[in-house]
Design a protein around this ligand. Sequence first.
Ligand code: FAD
Length: 468
Amino acid sequence: MTELLEPTSPSAETELRRSFRGPVVGPTDPDFDRVRAVWNGMHDRRPSTILRCTSPTDVGAALRYARATGQPVTVRGGGHNVAGTALADGAVLIDLSLMREVTVDPERRIAHAQGGSLLADVDAATTPHGLACPAGVVSHTGLGGLALGGGYGWLARKWGLTCDHILAAEVVLADGSVVVADEDHHPDLLWGLRGGGGNLGIVTRFTLRLRPVGPVHLHTGVFPLDRGLEALARYREFAEAQGPDLHAVGALKHAGTQDWIPAELRGEPALFLTAAWFGDPARGPEHTDPLFASAAASDVRLLEYAELQALGDHGEPHGNRYYTKSCYLSELTGDAAGQLLASAAAMVSPYSSVDFEYLRGAIADVPDEESAFPRRDAPYIVTVSSQWTDPDRDAANADWSRLGVRRLAPWQHGGAYVNYLQDEAPGKVAEVYGAARYERLAELKRRFDPRNVLSGNQNILPTSPAHR
Ligand code: FAD
């Protein structure tokens, strides 16, 4: 632990030392670099101080310290945001990563998860009870950022987004006070937390609705790029006809060296399609096999839900450089599919991927006005993700991702997923939410954070439209 750097107010520092219980890490501490690191190695920023919170009281004290010293703040849950919003030069980093306790009430099918929990923490607590909260597909992602921005994943078509499962939240507001938002208390705040990102407060505890889960029948097939158009046409037909127990996703990426991958495809860009069946495992083959009739090879597994959730973990390691562009598509026509394949053929890094999935299902069943999450009707989401290690290749990789989404302009549905925004032009956040929803969020921002203390995020401005 360290002396706080350049305190602008000695009394603020004294007050922090009196009221803050967690570790304080400053730039001269030996583990400063380790503690400040976020998942995306592109974001090498140096906070003024890292306040490692252990309770809502700590979070309130951290906010009061930042205000008293006139410093900006950022908030870190799992540190996975592609844009690195958890980290800013010279800001106080309110770090929730020591707050990862998850408890489960299996009778009521709810979990309480602290605001710094990772998805793996939630799964580890819930799956022994045969329960899960639908969430993202990489288990080292933070629950906080993911849930507050939306939360797509394997179970989204069956049960909805992670934000749809927030029953209540304990929130430290920008002034340091603590409130609970649920259907009876601050329901408008709860509405905003379901998709509005980290704009309205710092969530120290989520109460999450849980769903039953059992073993998952998972079928993955690989197709050479020159058979990609035919396979993508089949994918579209298959995915759009599927019931809620089946979720099918696709990825264009370099093939690995697993035994089941044909030798001639290893190391080459290829199309992977995956169908996960969440119904009776014995009936999995009849539901998934039709997608793979023309695959060069395929692999079938029966997985526990927690295994499924960790399946993507190794492919997205901490510290590499990442650049993401994403959009929704209205349809996956043959021409749009051709553009996905063109991106794959032009990939500049062998670790990059173009990921896509058909959405709708339970995501679209939630009435549009029920939460801050926009664009529930979007049929497809596409993410063009670069991953590399050499900083000299930054521009080439970012250009590839940008072009990958630009190519899809004729089929774009409008908007974007707020949690995949990186390096966007001003006005993108307003476009993401649309005018009416953005204004409703801005009105909440004026009430809960009028000074925009929580601005290290995809920011909703508290100003009224005339002053924007
Ligand atoms: P952080 O970088 O810690 O936080 C991001 C922002 O969230 C912060 O700036 C803050 O504003 C806010 N925040 C975080 N925690 C809190 C809190 N407790 N209270 C208030 N504000 C908070 N998204 C999906 O929907 N589905 C996926 O399958 C998926 N997979 C992913 C896989 C990888 C490898 C990565 C890197 C990201 C993935 N994402 C996915 C995107 C993910 O939802 C966002 O990156 C999200 O921001 C991660 O949350 P975090 O807490 O880890 O991020």
